[in-house]
Write a protein that binds this ligand. Structure first.
Ligand code: BT5
Length: 254
């Protein structure tokens, strides 16, 4: 805690050797009234979660499995943009600490050379038109060797240690992530989402690419041309411009 450079994020730290999921723990704490900026970190997660009931590989001591509780004065419609906001903060932090040159893939991944290094899972609790709290869960593969990934993700995942060619300090990374996240969060509170979304575009590896979109009820291909004010991805297809607010996107190899 002495090493923290953030003032709000991390003011209450819940640290565990093992948890089912840091997001589950953070949601319980948030429902019980924990202060904004409370964080939950675990050395290992037994049932780390991705989106849509997918799993998240979270081996002991090799990553940052982190959830942050925010109580933002935003509209529930802004939740999707909070994922983009978090991606901007985390990507800045990991590139500053490791120099790895990672980029953001819409909406919730950070990749290095086409492989996933970070996944983000934002969960919200809202009443009427106000957010009660959001939990931003971040899984950062830090010191995982390439051969340690399970076979299902061995070809699509990698870690910061692989990307930078050396072991990375998790404490340095965690404090930098909290500090960068606090900076982007304060920027959104003061100036709205537009500057952070503009920043997102400069860190994006999705825009300008030929992509395939796998939505909840439809799939199609096209060129990712922009994100709009809601953080939705705009795809130019042969039928016109399609807007995607949630879903999976794969980038076609050039
Ligand atoms: C995500 O989902 O990328 C969100 C992951 C969020 C994990 C954090 S860890 C702390 C917090 N507590 C939680 O329980 N969760 C959050 P999605 O886009 O649905 O991607 C999930 C998919 O990524 C899986 O189906 C696998 O294919 C792949 N995957 C699983 N573990 C991975 C890993 N460690 N590295 C890279 N890819 C992984």
């Amino acid at each position: 805690k002495e090493q923290l450079t953030s003032t709000v994020l991390g003011r209450e730290i819940h640290y565990f050797s093992e948890l089912d999921s840091t997001n589950n723990e953070a949601k319980k704490l948030a429902a019980n009234g924990c202060p904004e900026g409370t964080i939950v970190v675990a050395e290992a997660q037994v049932t780390g979660r991705g989106r849509l009931a997918r799993g998240w590989f979270s081996p002991h001591g090799k990553g940052i499995w982190l959830s942050v509780v925010l109580r933002p004065p935003f509209n529930p419609m802004d939740a999707a943009k909070c994922t983009l906001m978090a991606a901007v903060g985390v990507n800045r932090a990991i590139n500053a600490v490791t120099g790895a040159g990672c980029g953001i893939k819409w909406p919730n991944d950070i990749l290095w050379q086409g492989r996933k290094v970070v996944g983000i899972l934002t969960e919200m609790s809202a009443e009427m038109d106000a957010i009660n709290h959001i939990v931003i869960g971040m899984g950062i593969n830090v010191n995982i060797e390439q051969q340690e990934f399970p076979s299902e993700i061995a070809a699509t995942a990698t870690s910061l240690a692989v990307a930078s060619g050396c072991q990375v300090s998790r404490v340095k990374l965690l404090t930098t992530i909290l500090s960068e996240l606090e900076t982007v969060y304060n920027s959104v509170k003061n100036a709205g989402f537009a500057p952070v979304l503009a920043d997102w575009k400069t860190q994006s590896i999705t825009l300008g690419q030929q992509v395939d979109v796998h939505g909840i009820d439809r799939s199609f291909g096209g060129v990712a041309i922009d994100i709009d004010v809601d953080g939705a991805l705009l795809i130019e297809t042969t039928q016109g411009i399609e807007r995607v607010l949630a879903g999976d996107v794969s980038i076609r190899p050039a």
